[in-house]
Design a protein around this ligand. Structure first.
Ligand code: KIV
Length: 279
């Protein structure tokens, strides 16, 4: 069954947790979709885990579209959300609508996500008015890494916690269908989850959110450069890949691969004729 923005609302209403993982390519999206994930995020984290940048700032709208098209082809039932990258919406409300429209038209995705609360209320409202569902993203917003002075938990002091709460309310008032809370203390995100009518999707925000999202390379131990405290390893795919690749190298070097079962045959008669022609 196709998961839609209405399914997000129904899940909150019925107290059912929403599951979301990132994907950036066809094969991974297909595996996640077939495994029954509710929603797939084509995150701008692709800058780090797919493209090898140190942060998400260099990612372009074209990068997002390229990866989101592949994910869309692999995801039949999951709701596909695509991140609006740095400077694709911050510059003006007009740019926000134009780039959100381009992402949806060119990829066939279901929704866009953008970072920020109170400051981007008008941007969110204008995109929603253009009939494009928006997921908000507040708390530790990676596109503001330089302004925050690093990837830091947000909302520990009274001032910061009030800002996170105000951002959450602004995102809801602007018409977003859900909001990601990233690196927010668990009791604060539990309170925000109670206060909002739209679902909260947590990443490093505790167990009381209406759903959870993780970067799949973090969940499957594939990205060794940095593992956030909130990420749990659900399967050591990284180790399985390394083992498989080492096995391949060993067997090619020793000529154990390919063996007869992986080899195509030709009739000796045909071969002899070819050899005869070659003389
Ligand atoms: O880009 C991303 O993967 C994200 C998640 C961390 C929520 O925004």
């Amino acid at each position: 069954m196709k998961f839609t923005v209405n399914s997000f609302a129904a899940a909150k209403e019925n107290g059912e947790k929403i599951t979301m993982l990132t994907a950036y390519d066809y094969t991974t999206a297909k595996i996640e979709d077939e495994s029954g994930i509710d929603s797939i995020l084509v995150g701008d984290s692709l800058g780090m885990v797919m493209l090898g940048y140190e942060d998400t700032l260099a990612v372009t709208v074209d990068d997002m579209i390229h990866h989101a098209k592949a994910v869309r082809r692999g995801a039949k039932n999951a709701l596909v959300v695509v991140d609006m990258p740095f400077m694709s919406y911050q510059t003006s409300v007009y740019d926000a609508v134009k780039n959100a429209g381009r992402i949806i038209k060119e990829t066939g995705a279901d929704a866009v996500k953008l970072e920020g609360g109170v400051k981007f209320r008008e941007h969110i409202r204008a995109i929603v008015d253009a009939s494009i569902p928006v997921m908000g993203h507040i708390g530790m917003t990676p596109q503001s890494v330089n302004a925050f002075g690093g990837f830091k938990v947000q909302g520990k002091t009274y001032e910061r916690a009030s800002k996170v709460l105000a951002d959450a309310k602004a995102v809801e008032d602007a018409g977003a269908f859900a909001v990601v809370l990233e690196c927010v203390p668990d009791k604060l995100s539990a309170y925000i989850t109670e206060q909002l009518n739209i679902p909260t999707i947590g990443i490093g925000a505790g167990g009381k959110c209406d759903g959870q999202v993780l970067v799949y390379q973090d969940a499957l131990a594939m990205y060794g450069d940095f593992t956030p405290k909130f990420a749990k390893t659900f399967a050591d795919v990284g180790a399985a890949m390394r083992g498989g690749i080492e096995g391949y190298i060993k067997e090619v070097k020793s000529s154990a691969f390919p063996s007869a079962e992986h080899t195509f045959k030709i009739d000796d008669e045909v071969l002899n004729k070819i050899k005869g022609c070659g003389k």
